[in-house]
Design a protein. Structure first.
Length: 138
């Protein structure tokens, strides 16, 4: 299991158990891959419609911001060794805020739902690519 990253997300984490390959997981590389894949997905979405491309871009940017926030919250929870009610409350407030923002984007601004879903999901592709990269670098 990896140790928590620095709050700025710029420093990679070291693996800490025998099952890990011992290589570093780079949050920065995940963020960059996410933005690159979002750009590619948005360009592909542009083929279908501008609305889909905007949805992909908004979903990707939303997930990139979500990662930055979650790294800070998880670092404050696990990095200091305190699972205080305030830190747990921050996590749930972030989660509720994200769901509210997605709802507002869909209901009020009528963002393309499929494009938004694709943009939110591209982040998983970036994590998978980073995991494969890490496992092959042993």
């Amino acid at each position: 299991m990896a140790t928590p990253p620095d709050p700025d997300g710029s420093q990679a984490t070291k693996a800490g158990t025998a099952e890990d390959s011992g290589n570093e997981v780079s949050l920065t590389r995940i963020q960059v891959l996410n933005l690159v894949f979002v750009g590619i997905a948005a360009a592909c979405g542009w083929y279908f419609s501008r609305e889909m491309a905007y949805g992909v871009l908004l979903g990707g940017v939303l997930m990139a911001a979500n990662l930055r926030i979650i790294v800070g919250v998880m670092t404050s929870v696990f990095g200091k060794g305190s699972g205080s009610i305030v830190n747990v409350g921050l996590y749930w407030a972030k989660f509720a805020g994200m769901m509210l923002l997605v709802g507002v984007l869909l209901a009020v601004f009528e963002i393309d739902a499929v494009g938004l879903l694709i943009g939110l999901s591209v982040f998983l592709v970036a994590i998978t690519v980073e995991a494969v990269f890490r496992l092959t670098q042993s």
